[in-house]
Design a protein around this ligand. Structure first.
Ligand SMILES: Cc1ncc(COP(=O)(O)O)c(C=O)c1O
Length: 496
């Protein structure tokens, strides 16, 4: 295994020509990373052509919606700063401002993982490393990345294969069934959320076929760079929008539950720009970063029992573990009429109640980790924490049914809603949160050795290089190079 996404030369001119030809036939234009980072720079002609295109349709023009600036219910307009929720203290129980960027504004999969998928495939395509006429793009995932990958492959005229554990939510499989070219393009591996080794084993098998290209989000630096360059500035704009109304507001932390750790890259950007700290959240039932631990959990999309190669561990400041008992229970509370009645009586305003449908299980985990951080740091009304809602509640109806029938069989009437809120929201404490010392970071970094060097055979020096901050700042030089390739590719497609 090497770092293929580090290369910026055209690897195979014939493969490149096939891609250009395929794109010309389908009339596909690719957005640059800088356009996705700042959608206001997308040419008017392209924005005009987007009008009338359904954001959920498999239409290549939706590539220009793979960013944070889409407006819910108004697909024709981009927003100046991304839509977000500023959570009221009646909901969080803390004075600190918790600002949540909404991933369900992304097209096709209604989750921001479609950005990660684009950031992994596009650099390969425009450098002659992926032949859409011959290759299958394989998307290993426990969460939304494989849905994003299947959507991106399809609208980029490529064949996509999702590899995911059979225990993931029914809604994910239903979505995939509608988007894949053939039922064989959904590969179910044993287990559930934290069974990543089984996914890797399946990918190793598929990789032996010279037609299958594995786009491993845990090791693809495109994933890191997509979030560094697009999610980072988008979140900073949210903070600036909030600060416009409260000039003394300071950004204290960015929280992200880690699956591939791609989203955490936005924390690197925000730390450089605003001095905020970086909190990696995970499931208490699988405390890999906190305790080198393992286990099953239901916070779908995170906590995969290993340290991703693209996690900048030495720049991470806190680890916070949240129980899936809390995320499951609050998921039910936030989606039920009894829950809303209760929260309304507690003073949670209507718009915040309406926004709860944008919170999937890992989004709730992020919010709980933000509350934990606010309590630990003693933050007040002038302090902000940014986080993301990767996906909305829509993907988890079947999970809520299961939680209701097993834990709350009589529904949320009587005192049940209040008990859930008191225990899982107001009851958030500072246990299972670790402020990382150099020693702690070193321990977590070293844990990655077993996955990447021992199992995946990455050369030791490539693994070790990531210990240094210079490695991560050096990576960013790839972005302008990739953008130049994207522009050149678009030119070839247009001119022949
Ligand atoms: C629902 C959900 N939440 C959180 C994550 C974690 O994001 P990341 O992989 O960027 O760490 C994922 C990743 O697939 C996800 O699907």
């Amino acid at each position: 295994m090497a770092y293929p996404d580090f290369q910026t030369n055209i690897e195979d001119p014939a493969v490149y020509r096939h891609a250009v030809e395929r794109f010309r036939q389908a009339g596909i234009v690719l957005p640059t990373f800088s356009q996705l980072a700042e959608p206001a720079t997308i040419p008017g002609q392209i924005r005009e052509a987007l009008k009338g295109v359904n954001p959920d349709a498999p239409d290549p023009r939706n590539l220009f919606r793979v960013h944070w600036h889409n407006r819910a219910g108004h697909p024709d307009a981009f927003t100046e700063s991304p839509e977000y929720m500023a959570l009221p203290s009646a909901l969080t129980g803390v004075d600190a401002q918790i600002l949540v960027a909404l991933g369900d504004r992304f097209p096709m999969i209604r989750a921001h993982k479609v950005l990660a998928a684009y950031a992994c495939l596009a650099p390969r395509l425009v450098t002659g490393r992926f032949d859409p006429t011959r290759h299958f793009a394989v998307w290993p995932s426990t969460g939304n990345y494989c849905r994003g990958g299947v959507a991106i492959s399809r609208i980029m005229g490529c064949r996509g294969v999702a590899v995911l554990p059979q225990g993931m939510s029914r809604e994910r499989f239903q979505w995939l069934e509608q988007w894949v070219e053939s039922p064989d393009d959904i590969v179910r591996t044993p287990g559930s959320e934290s069974n990543v080794r089984e996914i890797y084993e399946k990918c190793a098998e598929l990789e032996r076929l010279d037609t299958h290209v594995i786009l491993n989000q845990f090791a693809e630096f495109g994933n890191y760079l997509g979030h560094y360059s697009c999610t980072g500035p988008a979140l900073e704009r949210i903070f600036q929008a909030e600060r416009a109304g409260s000039p003394s507001l300071k950004l204290r932390a960015f929280v992200s539950a880690t699956g591939s750790a791609g989203t955490l890259a936005a924390g690197d950007y925000l730390k450089e720009r605003c001095g905020s700290r970086i909190v990696a959240a995970e499931a208490l039932e699988c405390p890999t970063l906190l305790r080198n631990g393992y286990g099953e959990h239901n916070i779908q999309g995170i906590g995969d029992k290993h340290v991703p190669l693209i996690h900048n561990v030495m720049n991470t400041d806190f680890v916070a573990a949240i129980s899936d008992r809390s995320t499951d229970a609050l998921g039910v509370l936030f989606s039920s009429p009894e829950g809303h009645d209760y929260l309304r009586r507690r003073g949670v305003p209507g718009p915040a109640l309406d926004g709860l449908c944008s919170l999937g299980l890992s989004s709730i985990c992020n919010i709980l980790a933000a509350i934990k951080t606010a309590k630990y740091l003693g933050l007040g009304a002038d302090d902000a924490i940014l986080t993301v809602a990767t996906d909305g509640a829509g993907m988890y109806g079947s999970e809520r049914e299961r939680t209701l029938s097993t834990r709350f069989p009589k529904g949320l009437g009587g005192t049940v809603a209040g008990e859930i809120f008191g225990q899982h929201m107001l009851g958030v404490d500072t246990a299972d949160l670790l402020e990382l010392s150099h020693e702690d970071r070193t321990r977590i970094f070293n844990l990655g050795y077993f996955t990447w060097v021992e199992q995946q055979h990455l050369p030791l020096e490539e693994f070790e290089a990531r210990r240094s901050p210079a490695f991560w700042t050096g990576l960013r030089g790839l972005l302008p190079a990739w953008d130049r390739h994207i522009e050149e590719f678009n030119r070839c497609v247009a001119t022949g």
